[in-house]
Every structure is written in C-alpha cells, then in structure tokens.
Design a binder for this molecule. Sequence first.
Ligand code: PLP
Length: 385
Amino acid sequence: MKGNFPIERFSGIETPFYYYDSELLRKTLNTINDEAGKHENFCVHYAVKANANPRVLNIICQAGLGADCVSGGEIEACIKAGFAPSKIVYAGVGKSDWEINLGLDHDIFCFNVESIAELEVINELAQAKGKVARVAFRINPNVGAHTHANITTGLAENKFGIAMDQMEEAIAEAERMENVSFVGLHFHIGSQILDMGDFEALCNRINELQDQLERHHIKVENINVGGGLGISYDHPNREPIPDFKSYFSTYATKLKLRPGQKLHFELGRAVVAQMGSLITRTLYVKQGTAKQFAIVDAGMTDLIRPALYQAYHKIENISSDLPCETYDVVGPICESSDVFAKAIDINKTRRGDLIALRSAGAYGEIMASQYNCRKLPKGYITEDL
Ligand SMILES: *Cc1c(COP(=O)(O)O)cnc(C)c1O
C-alpha cells in the first residue's frame, strides 16, 4: 500500500520539496484534543523544533495547542503564527540574554530553567525590566528510554536539566530571589519512544520527587513531562496517527497529580511526522557491479535523519506501478553517508519518477542545510498546491 498524494498537483513544483498533508495534520490534532480532553488538567504544547513551517504552525495554533520553544527564533516564529504568549514555554540548556529578554518582553508562560547559573541571569534580567519571570526547573530524572542513544536525554550523563539532588536547593534559591517565581517542574526523557513503560518509569520517578517535596511543604503548580512519543516509521499508511490514547492514559493512571495541579505535555514528532513527506525526483538509475542505484535530487541536506541517526524512512515511487526492483536510494551530496536506504524494493524506477520519503514531517525541513551551496527545500501544505 502506498500513500495518497495529489501527484497531478506536484507537476509544476521544483523538487525536492516537503509535502504536508493538512488533512492528516488536522485529524491528528483532533485526536490529541479528544484524548487529552478526557483527562482533567492536561495541557498539550507543540514542540516547535520538530517543524516550524509557518503554515504548519498556524494550523497547530488554531487547534488550540500551546507551544514549546527552545530558542528565541522559535518564540518569534510562534508569536508570528498566532500563539498566545501565555501558552508558550521556553526550554534549553543555553539561553542567551537576548532570548531571555525576548521571553520577558512577551510575558511567556514559563522558562524551563536548566541550571542555577541560568536562574541567576533570568532573575537579573527580569529585575532590570521590573518583571517577575515564571520559572520551572528541568530536572534530570535519570530515567533511560529505549531509543537511539543520540536522542535519549534523561540520563545523568546527559547535559540536560538539574540533578535530582540539587532540585530542592534550586527551588530554595528561586524562593529567595525577587524577580522569579517558581511554578513547576519539567522533565523530558528522549524522543521516538514507543514503550509506554519508559513513560511509566518517568511517572514513578516524578511520584517519588513529589512525595519528597511534599514532606518539605513545597507546592508545585505545574508538572511538565516533555514529549517523546514515537511514531511508526515502518507503517505510515497503516498507522498514520500515533497511539495518543495509550500515551495520555499512561500518565492519567500512573502519575499521582496533586489537587489542582496541571499536567503539561510537549509533543513534537507525534504531531507532525506522519503528515510530511519529502518529494524528490529520480535523476539517474545507475547499474553498479553488484547493485543498482536510484540517484535522486534530494540529499542529506534536505533530510539528515538517515545520515545522522541511521533513521529509516519508508520510500515509495509514486510515479510507477511497475514490478518492484531492488535499489540503493542515494542523494547527490559529496558524502558517503548521503544514502537514504540500501537494498530496498520499490516499483521499477526511471529518470523523472517522483519518490516520496515518508514520515518526514518532523526533524526534516527544519534540519535542512545549505551544504554544497544547495538551496533549502520548500514546504507546501495541501492548500498551497
Ligand atoms: C525535543 C523536545 C521535545 C519534543 O520531543 P519529541 O520527541 O519530538 O516529542 C519536547 N520537550 C523538549 C524539552 C525537547 O527538547
């Protein structure tokens, strides 16, 4: 089974480009709202770093999600797309002064603070503006996730967050400072997580930390559990919408929220990955000594995940229904790692055929580079075509 593409509308468009299926995006957002809406006090933010295409951001904003930003540029993109500053949270290990000032000027909901050194700077910058910044501490829960080593973030060895044994000291510091107000705890254990047991381990750890804080009479208004829900890269057609039901109900049953506490989520990949495909044109089919190569006009500059994480993206020839043959699908960049897939079976491919790299809506367009002086790929939603 292949994906559904408005291929006749692709004809005038320069390849490679990203195609975003806005109907699937809207369906995904409806599912998120339905499933999260079953639980009281659940607030879902979209992790903008997965895809900051303005048309995509706008649809997500209209669905009522908040935004999770990791840079000043993302805060600007969100304000432009229409997100209310009161729904923007801002995380990151290295926030520069202009980025903090931008957040303060817009009165964003919360800074997710990753060190006491950063807390001091936020306090100073807020003081200079006569403001009080809301802060949550990102705690490193030392919980592993069954995912690629480069995208696990919640282990003690990772650079992210404040160590658990420094949590109370950080809260006490914030309480001594005049221009910050402690509003919550933040966690994020990694990405492309499909085992609900990993999220359950995070819940257990948060329960322990909450018990500890309660013994010291420290009140926490907001718990933010980050994102990380994975998607099916193998079966984008069979599983176009991730299992949000299990995801939210894991947190609803395993996390012991205190009365009135709000639970925040920051989902990136699960919101946008499946609605996006990188569309590329076959330039040449080359017969090697032992294999045949389909050389396409997209490369690792357009979609870096296969080169960076050995990530798998399902590949379909959307111009051909001829019997399948085996190809290595490769890009034009002068790097041996510029390979999208080795020895895959796709419909017999000829020069000019359009190839879709599926599940590319997250960490695709936004990670594109101009290496080899290439043009950046454009992104189009269905209505743009
Ligand atoms: C990357 C990131 C997310 C989103 O991760 P996904 O795996 O795309 O859901 C959420 N929160 C923080 C702090 C992040 O760094």
